[in-house]
Design a protein around this ligand. Structure first.
Ligand SMILES: *[C@@H]1O[C@H](CO)[C@@H](O)[C@H](O)[C@H]1NC(C)=O
Ligand SMILES: *[C@@H]1O[C@H](CO)[C@@H](O)[C@H](O)[C@H]1NC(C)=O
Ligand SMILES: *[C@@H]1O[C@H](CO)[C@@H](O)[C@H](O)[C@H]1NC(C)=O
Ligand SMILES: *[C@@H]1O[C@H](CO)[C@@H](O)[C@H](O)[C@H]1NC(C)=O
Ligand SMILES: *[C@@H]1O[C@H](CO)[C@@H](O)[C@H](O)[C@H]1NC(C)=O
Ligand SMILES: *[C@@H]1O[C@H](CO)[C@@H](O)[C@H](O)[C@H]1NC(C)=O
Length: 461
């Protein structure tokens, strides 16, 4: 809302300066223009009032819901609320940032909801959804009923993190497959299961992997979920996520962007920055030595055969936006299956499987890329690989995003950001929730549609 008003101000200013010139030349013309201006002004006022009304309605609705539920079942499930002004944080207001960081420095504050507390029974589901899942913006999303999106979410800890991610991306018309790591605690698994049982369109993966960092298991987990989701016939795109990520766009914005992508995949690919040792040698998964359960990956001296079908390995990201036809190709074509089998003993195949399928033009994967540009432009993820200041911790080369990054995040064009840590910085969660929630209630035009239309993967070669 805030941003759209700014834009209008700017437009107004432009119109005024044009008018001044006109005045010198032609008075009558000026008067007519003035009339138009006034009309324009009234329409802005009207729009702004509507937006405000919508938000007030939302607050009122939520309040009514709460007061109806006097016997509050989920008191123990309330996330801590931090008294910060997100709008100021989005403006990079240094005093407010200081205030937020002071709150965050009090470590006794940063406790997540206990996984055990998600003991929601089937009978409680109706109340749970009313109290915890922001009903109003599901209703507001009627317009996107004909463009369902499928999501996979991989996770191994923190039910509250999962709940808050799902709440931000959940819509009744979409589909969600949750992969809870095979090696995770019973409390986490049960907590997730209890939430999932409340929704017809959220499922637990039918086959759980024990995900070991940089091994094939990570890729297999996604593919297991893809298999389960493919049974639902209507969705148009599949977006794969990790639990520690958050959306930068509302569902409505995702739909608008994916419609612009019209069946093309949004996948990262880098021809030059390859790590040959990852795929030239065979890698094996072995116990760390500490316990039998803990596994790690190790390079052997044995060389691998070249990839099948003359595929050239392209490095990319584990995440992307995949068209339905591409997912079908992954699950059914012999080329994709052979490449998958070949990747089993490579290092981090999740980071070359999608890109190799998408950028080898001779295999004709649906929605794939038609040229050999390097590096490719893509929008599925924002990741700070230490290429700008990192105010949080750096985990495996990736900056954990924080409150200090909010101003940056509000202006990014990527669909999601990787990654966050709820128990290190709950304020960045709170403020992104507030922003996405506010924006979900109004159908704003996609301001930077032109940016998405110019993505190289959409251009005809
Ligand atoms: C919500 O309801 C409570 C009482 O049920 C009232 O005190 C409070 O002012 C209301 N808040 C809003 C924002 O309407
Ligand atoms: C830290 O938070 C706890 C729990 O809310 C509170 O009791 C305590 O006073 C806070 N400490 C400081 C230094 O603000
Ligand atoms: C769930 O756990 C909370 C906290 O331990 C407890 O108060 C509540 O009674 C439990 N609910 C059920 C249905 O077991
Ligand atoms: C976890 O994986 C092991 C070994 O692959 C398997 O035996 C077990 O059934 C799996 N457990 C679950 C809950 O999927
Ligand atoms: C992190 O944020 C704090 C507070 O704004 C600031 O003092 C510090 O310089 C920042 N660090 C980096 C690396 O940006
Ligand atoms: C969200 O909307 C509420 C209610 O109008 C407003 O108070 C708040 O500042 C907004 N937050 C953001 C981040 O836009």
């Amino acid at each position: 809302m805030h941003y759209s008003i700014h834009r209008h101000d700017h437009l107004l200013q432009m119109q005024f300066s044009i008018n001044r010139r006109l005045l010198r030349n032609n008075c009558l013309f000026f008067l007519i223009t003035l009339c138009f201006l006034q009309l324009f002004f009234i329409s802005i006022k009207y729009n702004t009032r509507q937006v405000t009304n919508n938000l007030q309605l939302y607050v009122k609705k939520q309040n009514e819901t709460y007061s109806k539920q006097q016997d509050h079942h989920f008191k123990y499930l309330q996330s801590k609320y931090y008294s910060v002004q997100c709008t100021l944080l989005y403006e990079d207001d240094q005093d407010e940032i200081k205030h937020a960081l002071t709150l965050l420095s009090n470590k006794t504050y940063l406790k997540l909801i206990d996984d055990k507390y998600y003991n929601i029974t089937k009978e409680q589901c109706k109340n749970y959804k009313l109290q915890r899942f922001n009903y109003p913006y599901h209703i507001n999303d009627e317009q996107n009923k004909n463009f369902p999106i499928a999501f996979t979410i991989l996770m191994h800890e923190h039910v509250e993190v999962f709940e808050r991610l799902l709440r931000m991306i959940y819509r009744p018309q979409n589909y969600y497959c949750i992969h809870v790591d095979n090696g995770t605690s019973v409390d986490v698994y049960n907590g997730v299961k209890n939430i999932v049982q409340c929704f017809d369109n959220v499922i637990l993966v039918s086959k759980r992997e024990q995900v070991v960092y940089a091994t094939f298991s990570r890729l297999q987990a996604d593919i297991n979920c893809m298999n389960d989701l493919f049974k639902y016939p209507h969705w148009k795109y599949l977006l794969n996520m990790a639990n520690t990520e958050l959306p930068l766009k509302t569902n409505n914005e995702l739909v608008k962007i994916l419609k612009i992508y019209r069946g093309f995949n949004d996948i990262e690919g880098r021809w030059k920055t390859r790590n040959p040792h990852r795929t030239q040698y065979r890698w094996e998964t072995i116990p760390t030595g500490n316990t039998d359960q803990q596994l790690t990956i190790k390079k052997t001296d044995r060389m691998k055969k070249p990839p099948p079908s003359h595929i050239e390995i392209v490095k990319g990201s584990a995440y992307g936006a995949f068209s339905r036809q591409f997912v079908e190709f992954v699950l059914t074509s012999s080329i994709a299956k052979e490449l998958l089998e070949w990747s089993r003993d490579t290092y981090s195949p999740d980071e070359h499987y999608w890109s190799s399928l998408n950028f080898n033009t001779h295999i004709h994967a649906p929605g794939s890329y038609k040229a050999k540009d390097d590096p490719t432009k893509w929008t599925a993820r924002f990741v700070n690989w230490g290429d700008r200041n990192c105010n949080g911790t750096i985990v495996r080369g990736i900056c954990v995003l924080s409150t200090v990054d909010l101003a940056l995040l509000a202006n990014r064009r990527e669909l999601f950001a990787n990654k966050f840590s709820l128990n290190r910085d709950p304020i960045v969660y709170q403020c992104l929730e507030e922003l996405i929630m506010n924006r979900s209630l109004i159908n704003l035009p996609l301001v930077d549609a032109a940016y998405y239309r110019q993505m190289p993967f959409l251009q005809r070669m």
